[in-house]
Ligand binder design. Structure first.
Ligand SMILES: [Zn+2]
Length: 113
């Protein structure tokens, strides 16, 4: 079991989420206005062929979902297995919601066999 972040750590992570949310919202607003935004400002990965607007929307949804979990107290735990998420990972990517083991299973369901 990994210990989930402390209340103080979650408080800091929430501020990161709010800051990032404002940034992504600005990017999305500019994209919707027809402006070009350099791809490196968008969340990496995502589905192949996703448009920048789709990527920004998906990112925004991840941040929103994380803020909801901060509000309901489930933030900092894997949504699949309930294990705590490492604080170091959350500090890098505060909107992650799945532990590495569950994320690996979700991405490569075949590899278990
Ligand atoms: Zn998990």
């Amino acid at each position: 079991m990994t210990e989930p972040p402390t209340a103080e750590e979650i408080h800091k992570l929430k501020r990161q989420l709010l800051k990032k949310g404002a940034e992504v919202n600005e990017i999305l607003t500019r994209l919707l206005a027809g402006e070009q935004v350099s791809p490196e400002r968008l969340l990496g990965g995502g589905k192949k062929g996703a448009t920048p607007i789709e990527k920004a929307r998906r990112w925004m949804a991840l941040i929103d979902a994380s803020l909801k979990r901060v509000a309901d107290g489930s933030y900092g735990r894997c949504i699949t297995c309930g294990d705590g998420l490492p604080v170091l990972h959350l500090q890098q990517i505060p909107w992650i919601d799945t532990c590495q083991a569950c994320a690996a299973k979700a991405e490569n369901p075949e590899e278990e066999k």
